[in-house]
Ligand binder design. Structure first.
Ligand SMILES: Nc1nc2c(c(=O)[nH]1)N[C@H]1C(S)=C(S)[C@@H](COP(=O)(O)OP(=O)(O)OC[C@H]3O[C@@H](n4cnc5c(N)ncnc54)[C@H](O)[C@@H]3O)O[C@H]1N2
Ligand code: MOO
Length: 590
């Protein structure tokens, strides 16, 4: 953190149980996808020394110091004094430095806020501290930056520190900084409000994908057998273990020859390349098949079409045809690559080509992230997968094909289940389904009475990355992250909307989770874009025309996938497109 060479330490008050919240460990409550204590720690990342004051927490990194006020629970002033005693009450040199003082129950806080508070103090040389002030004008004592001597001074001026209010510490002269959304979380309602504030507004498709890519934490790197890596991304270069060819081989069916022709054919050897040891002397030839190892002593291979064979009673004589090109049909060891050659860089998606090239290079394992695993649930009490439909029931037309759509996107479906439309089943889903990277929820993304997803995400403390997207269909989609990094993708229930959403954002989710290099989007010319487009981004099926351009469907029903029959792609038509515009195409699984 830049403080112009001034030492900057931080004290985070992460004290006892919250009585107004039934004794829960408040700093451990997850808001916006992470514990409030971790939010505070992230905000002071870069400070010289950081001390957390409160009950000891084993999980904190070693560089974070820990202490507790005595007696425990004797209030914020006592805690602050304990923290200051740990980091030392003098800066240790002539630049006495600054001290950041933070609470661990501020859900919205980042390094920029702390840097702004430091800057405010720098702007006013007379001020002893700078404090954040919320929208209502209330001063947030536990979001402040102090000149170290001033903090030492106010603490030592107090008569006793136990159970003193923070207000008792306010110095004579201070600066303030308006910061919105920083009210602390004292009650369960505060936590809920903080979680609601964090839902971002509607985004454009590109913004949604960019947010997803930059917000997701990459999966851990694993060394996997190549056969298990399809759909993953390389986490390091793919390095050849063996040369290719591994030995000198014939590229054609023909003759291995030694020295200048004509050559005497070794007829006792049927074909070269068998394990028997064979060595040709100058003037000798032997039959050889494509791919066979060339015998020792060979100087070239000549294909059948380029030789004349003259059998006589004792020896068969081989000689080159008169008008053949000067060409050697032998492939030398290492001609394609040598051991150590980089076949593919880090970040490349593992495709069948990568797996195959690795096999050619005798590579058996690769360091990868992914493949991404999805646990898919279809919601809706009216949706029925098997058996005859009763009144009011709708056939599940999506569940049966989603694994195929996901495979097309490089994602493995590890479970496919139906989920009841109750708050409990949604809570259990987000809490208990751990062994997956993405939970894909079909339906329930809306704000209707039966739509549970958004409330369940809020209760789980998930961080909403994409809350809505300005596109049709697919507007009600949600992408969120749970505290342990699992991604939740909510697909609108209408089948075409669900598929359009998957094809649009799942690649960005895979980019983020596997840290692969994002693919360049496919594009095409849509001849009737103006007619098919709208003032908002539309995602519509397109048919390829014989000249390579595309025609978009103008009427699109979202309740089924019949509109995708015979179509190769969906087009992302930007708002108010013009005919002949080049637009992004999302290829459909076939
Ligand atoms: N008041 C509003 N209502 C709706 C809006 C809106 O903006 N305001 N948007 C509509 C659009 S567009 C969509 S898309 C859906 C999104 O709804 P949900 O994600 O909450 O999905 P559900 O309500 O659960 O289902 C919607 C629809 O899809 C059918 N469905 C769901 N799953 C399947 C399946 N596996 N197979 C076949 N059909 C399925 C379901 O029966 C519903 O008909 O909200 C609109 N409403
Ligand atoms: O967004 Mo709905 O997702 O338009 O069919």
């Amino acid at each position: 953190m830049s403080t112009l060479g001034t030492r900057l330490d931080a004290i985070i008050l992460a004290g006892g149980r919250a009585t107004r919240m039934g004794g829960v460990d408040k700093p451990a409550i997850v808001v916006g996808g992470r514990r409030m204590l971790d939010t505070a720690l992230a905000a002071v990342d870069g400070c010289d020394r950081v001390v957390v004051v409160g009950p000891h927490r084993d999980e904190l990194p070693d560089r974070v110091e820990q202490t507790q006020e005595t007696p425990a629970g004797s209030g914020p002033v006592a805690a602050l004094a304990a923290g200051l005693a740990t980091i030392g009450d003098s800066g240790g040199d002539s630049r006495e430095g600054l001290v950041v003082v933070l609470a661990a129950d501020l859900p919205v806080l980042d390094r920029a806020t702390v840097a702004d508070l430091v800057a405010r103090l720098g702007d006013d040389p007379e001020a002893e501290a700078s404090f954040a002030v919320d929208e209502t004008g209330r001063m947030q004592f536990l979001l402040s930056v102090w000149r170290r001597p001033a903090l030492v001074g106010v603490l030592s001026a107090l008569d006793g520190r136990e159970n003193q209010p923070m207000k008792a510490l306010v110095p004579k002269r201070y600066a303030t900084l308006a910061v919105s959304g920083i009210a602390d979380c004292d009650t369960a309602e505060d936590v809920e409000r903080a979680r609601a504030i964090q839902v971002p507004g509607p985004m454009d498709v590109d913004e949604a994908r960019a947010q997803i890519r930059k917000s997701l934490l990459p999966l851990p790197v694993r060394d996997l057998p190549l056969s298990e890596t399809l759909g993953a991304a390389l986490a390091g270069p793919l390095v050849a273990a063996e040369a290719l060819p591994r030995f000198d081989v014939s590229a054609m069916d023909g003759y291995a020859v030694a020295g200048p022709g004509p050559w005497r054919l070794r007829t006792e050897i049927h074909y070269a390349g068998s394990p028997t040891e064979l060595h040709l002397s100058s003037g000798e030839a032997v039959r050889i098949a494509t791919g066979a190892q060339v015998p020792g002593g060979s100087t070239a291979v000549i294909r059948d079409e380029h030789v004349e064979v003259s059998p006589d009673s004792e020896t068969t004589v081989i000689q080159p045809c008169s008008d053949i090109p000067d060409r050697d049909d032998m492939r030398r060891r290492g001609e394609d690559w040598q051991p150590g050659h980089h076949l593919a860089p880090s970040g490349v998606s593992v495709t069948p080509a990568v797996v195959s090239a690795a096999a050619s290079a005798e590579i058996t394992e690769a360091s990868v992230r992914g493949p991404v695993r999805a646990h898919v649930v279809v919601t809706g009490d009216e949706i029925r997968r098997d058996g005859p439909l009763r009144d009011g029931q709708t056939r599940d037309s999506l569940g049966p094909v989603l694994p195929d759509v996901l495979r097309h996107l490089g994602v493995r479906t590890i479970a496919l289940a139906h989920l009841r439309d109750t708050a409990d089943s949604f809570d259990a889903l987000l809490r208990d389904i751990r062994d997956t990277d993405v939970i894909v929820v079909v339906g329930a993304t809306g704000a209707g009475a039966a739509d549970q997803l958004r409330d369940a995400l809020a209760r789980a403390g998930a961080r909403i990355i994409v809350g809505r997207v300005r596109c049709r269909p697919g507007g009600s989609q949600v992408t969120a992250v749970l505290a342990d990094g699992r991604v939740v993708l909510g697909l609108p229930g209408n089948p075409l909307a669900a598929v359009a959403t998957l094809l649009t954002v799942m690649p960005a989710i895979v980019d983020g989770l596997t840290a692969r290099t994002p693919a360049t989007p496919e594009t095409g010319v849509v001849v009737n874009a103006a007619e098919a487009g709208a003032p908002i981004t539309r995602i519509v099926p397109v048919a390829r025309r014989s000249d390579g351009t595309w025609r978009a469907d103008t009427v699109v029903r979202t309740a089924h996938l019949a509109g995708l029959i015979d179509r190769e792609a969906l087009a992302l038509l930007p708002p108010d497109p013009v005919d002949g515009q080049v637009v992004e195409l999302l290829s459909l699984p076939n």
